[in-house]
Structure formats: C-alpha cells, structure tokens
Design a protein around this ligand. Structure first.
Ligand code: ADP
Ligand code: MG
Length: 298
C-alpha cells in the first residue's frame, strides 16, 4: 500500500512532502503525546564511516575488511553500506568485491555468507552466538573499549572464529536537535530507541536533548515493538519515527507510524505517515500542521 491521503485538505501537506495514508491519520497525529525515535538514519544521518579495524591475533586487518565488505555489499543496512564502501576503497589488489554465496541476514543482528569458501559472519555478539561463534575475553574487552569511545562496533568472524572488530561512526543530522526542541515545545516526550549500544545512544541523546531516562539501547526489532507497547500500556499515545526494516513492526504497533522518506520500502509500507525530506523537522511540522488543520475544521 502507498500513502493515499494528503495532510491538510488544502494539499499543503503534499506540497510540503508529508503524505498520510487516510483522513483518520490527521486525528492520530494530533493526539500523540510521545514520539519514539529510531536513532540510525532517523536522528543521525545513517551515513557511517569506518574508523578502525582491529584484527584478532594472527589476523590481518585488510582481510577482515575485504571479507566483511563482500558480505555487507548484499545488505542495505547503514553499517553494511559503510563497510562495503570502505572495503572497496582500501588499497590493494582487490578491484571488485569477492563473490558471496548463501547470503543471509537478520534485521538488528547482522549478515552471513560464504566468501572464498569461508563462512563470514558480521554483526552483534548475539548474532555471532546464533551462528555458533564464541569470542575471547580479551577481544570482548577491546570491543567494549571501542563502544565506550562512542563508536558503533561490529564483530567479524571467519570460519567459525572471531577474526576482528570493525568500528564505525555516525553523525547527528543538522536539523535533529532543533526538531526535538520543537517537538518538546508541542508537548511531546521524545524517546530514543536503538539497536546500537548504550554509549552511542547516550551521546546522540545528549546532542539532541533527549533525557537519559528516555533512552533505550541495544534493542532488537521485537524489543522495539515491546517498548512501544509498554509506553502505550502506561497510557501514552505513541508516535514512532523510523526508517529501517528493523523499525517496521514498531511503526505498525505505534498509534502513529512515521517513515522517513529516505528509508526502506518496508518502513514506508508499515507507516501511517511519510515525510519525504530526510529531516526530523518535517515530523515536527506534520504535528504542528495536524493541530492547526483540526483547529480550522472544528
Ligand atoms: P538501529 O536501531 O540503530 O537502526 P539496527 O536495529 O538496525 O540499529 O541494528 C542493531 C545492531 O545490529 C547494529 O548496531 C549492529 O550491531 C547489528 N547489525 C544490524 N545489521 C547489521 C549489518 N548489516 N551488519 C552488521 N551489523 C549489523
Ligand atoms: Mg534506522
């Protein structure tokens, strides 16, 4: 399904790049009091950059980046795009990414595939465990120190053994802090919900003005649904803004699902409202418009 209605009878919403699924959405938009925000790609640019590759003892950083990059080239996740791009840019004999067989992925977990007859797993620790990979204590410490420095770190395993860690950095979108300010002025409570680690989540929340007690990190896609449900059970009318495959179920669960236009088709299909511009300011504008419009109708 595609969004059918246009926010505001005048078509002003469409002109502004705000699409709604039907007239009821206007009322839902007006009524929300809590806005759950996905971090990666919604509050932040989602354009990450690789800033460190740490090989496990006996491994080579270039090999890790190239193997991880090959598997990630089949995924549309922002982490995947950053690792794939970085692998292609790396100096060395590799002109094209090596071919990948038996690709698989888990939203909010990671990717897996066969490269050069070796099984390569990239993602979070629970995803490595699901794929039968164990991790040494010393590598875990290194991983934690990368995360504590504010990076988003992912594991790379080759042939069933942890082979290294890739650390990436994400930046807050220029308009996000001002948009959160506007949302608060509208009386909304902003909540940050992310699959990423708590150090990164805390840094981003501080940068945009979300209270530390309203930050939920390390949350799986199902965990995002639960978080929305819990807020609803507390009596909140919940809007959720997101862009990823991992956000779709939570967008559907929310009283108002909002998709960022630059996001995935899956997110747009699950949402009630889509903002075409890649900016949280449009979300604030949608809520402002819905309230102004209903004042005119009443
Ligand atoms: P967010 O909620 O911030 O958009 P996701 O739910 O998409 O994050 O991902 C949560 C975590 O799962 C990531 O921080 C990463 O550790 C892991 N992950 C998800 N997809 C991938 C991937 N394609 N490659 C590596 N790691 C991934
Ligand atoms: Mg996202």
């Amino acid at each position: 399904a595609t969004p059918v209605g246009l926010l505001a009878g005048s078509g002003r919403g469409a002109q502004l790049g705000i699409l709604i699924r039907g007239p009821q959405v206007l009322e839902d938009t007006r009524a929300v009091d809590t806005l759950v925000l996905d971090k990666t790609g919604t509050v932040t640019t989602g354009r990450l950059a690789v800033d460190a590759v740490d090989p496990a003892p006996g491994r080579d950083a270039a090999e890790i980046l190239s193997m991880a990059g090959a598997v990630e080239s089949a995924s549309e996740h922002p982490i995947a795009q950053a690792i794939a791009a970085s692998a292609l840019k790396a100096p060395g004999p590799v002109a094209a990414p090596p071919r990948v067989d038996e690709f698989g992925s888990a939203p909010g977990g990671g990717v897996v595939g066969i490269v050069d007859r070796k099984a390569v797993v990239v993602g979070r620790l629970s995803w490595l465990h699901e794929n039968g990979v164990e991790v040494s204590e010393s590598l875990r410490e290194l991983f934690t120190s990368r995360e504590d420095s504010g990076a988003t770190a992912v594991w790379v395993a080759i042939d069933g053994r942890a082979a290294g860690i890739v650390s990436l950095r994400d930046t807050v979108k220029p308009g996000s802090a001002a948009a959160v300010e506007r949302l608060k002025a509208l009386g909304l409570r902003p909540v940050l919900l992310t699959g990423d680690n708590s150090a990164v989540a805390a840094r981003v929340a501080a940068e945009v003005g979300i209270a530390p007690s309203d930050v939920f990190a390390g949350v799986s896609p199902e965990g995002k649904v639960d978080a929305v449900r819990r807020l609803q059970a507390q009596g909140s009318r919940v809007a959720m803004a997101g862009d990823g495959v991992n956000d779709a179920a939570a967008l559907a669960q929310a009283d108002l699902g909002i998709a960022m236009g630059s996001g995935t088709d899956v997110a747009r299909e699950a949402a009630d409202l889509t903002v075409m511009a890649d900016d949280l300011g449009q979300v604030a504008l949608a809520i402002e418009l819905s309230r102004a419009t209903l004042r005119i109708i009443k």
